[in-house]
Design a protein around this ligand. Structure first.
Ligand SMILES: [Zn+2]
Length: 149
């Protein structure tokens, strides 16, 4: 994988593409893209956007088709998804390898792991959705339109 490629995106011929790539450019491998992690062929990060911090994810090599972002943009995939993909292309080593790290936890006692899970949940309650607890998806309670009832 080359790291010396120009940062501009060559694909697509949309009329807005030059404006979008200018807006994406500022994010690529910048401190605005933090908490970079990789797990199961997916990338995740927090991105400091114009109106707050967004949680963004994208499946590697999906060209943004398999992705998501908590920003309010109607344009999907949004610029944060593009920024995340391009950050991965630019600096893959900056992404923390969750899969590898989790394997190192295998030797820890179960009681310690349960304690760790409890602490993780209190830091990020939406993690309960991963354990099948309803009402804790990232979108729940944000606008009410996607509620399950
Ligand atoms: Zn976004």
């Amino acid at each position: 994988m080359s790291t010396s490629r120009p940062r501009t995106r060559q694909s697509g011929a949309k009329s807005r593409s030059s404006a979008i790539s200018d807006r994406v450019e500022a994010y690529i491998d910048s401190p605005l893209v933090s908490h970079r992690v990789r797990f199961d062929r997916q990338l995740f990060a927090r991105i400091q956007g114009n109106y707050g911090i967004y949680r963004t994810w994208v499946r590697i090599a999906s060209r943004g088709l398999d992705s998501g972002c908590t920003c309010p943009s109607d344009w999907q995939p949004c610029k944060h998804v593009s920024a995340l993909e391009l950050t991965w292309r630019e600096n893959p080593k900056s992404f923390f390898d969750v899969e590898g790290f989790v394997k190192t936890l295998a030797s820890r006692p179960k009681t310690e792991l349960i304690d760790i899970i409890g602490k993780l949940i209190t830091r990020a309650p939406e993690g309960l959705a991963t354990l099948g607890v309803k009402g804790f998806d990232a979108q729940d309670g944000e606008d009410g339109e996607d509620s399950e009832w």
